[in-house]
Design a protein around this ligand. Structure first.
Ligand code: HEC
Length: 137
């Protein structure tokens, strides 16, 4: 009997590992897509690491936000939908909806009709997940 239990345990461990692998791959893909959008649209102001130290930072009137401390500023939890809304422009945040922080939703909506572009909400979603992944532990 103990041997049988041991075999079951080993099988269970193999099954769990097999199930976890695709989930991890999906996660890497979402974060990777978010990173690609970030590099194209956000890095110039918010910087490579998201700390607000991009090339454009020195010429902006309002310095770009440090995107790695969002969770820290919200009692340790990342306000996912609030950040989603900040990126798509539906929630006004200081510095948004001015030239300081371009309105991505309008731009993404315009592009989604063109071949090769993902739907606007998916692009904002992967960006939000990417920012979530940047939060300092
Ligand atoms: C032209 C410069 C510029 C670009 C490009 C830019 N931002 Fe910003 N961003 C800002 C400024 C300025 C602020 C406001 C900082 C403040 O008020 O403290 C800001 C604020 C934010 C905030 C609010 C942070 C908070 O703590 O509430 C988020 C989230 C954000 N940006 C995400 C992004 C994302 C994602 C992109 C790319 C899709 C992007 N930004 C592109 C300049 C920029």
């Amino acid at each position: 009997m103990p041997r049988l239990l041991g075999t079951c345990g080993a099988l269970l461990a193999i099954c769990c590992a097999a199930a976890a692998a695709p989930a991890a791959a999906q996660q890497d893909r979402v974060i990777g897509d978010g990173r690609a959008e970030y590099e194209r649209h956000c890095q110039a102001c918010h910087g490579d690491s998201g700390r607000g130290d991009g090339q454009m930072a020195k010429i902006l009137v309002i310095p770009p936000a440090d995107l790695t401390v969002i969770a820290e500023a919200n009692e340790g939890s990342f306000p996912f939908w609030q950040i989603y809304a900040a990126i798509d422009g539906s929630q006004e945040v200081s510095g948004h909806e001015t030239f300081q922080m371009p309105e991505y939703w309008a731009r993404f909506r315009e592009e989604e009709t063109k071949p090769g572009y993902a739907a606007a909400h998916l692009r904002v979603l992967v960006l939000t997940h990417y920012l979530e992944s940047l939060q300092a532990q």
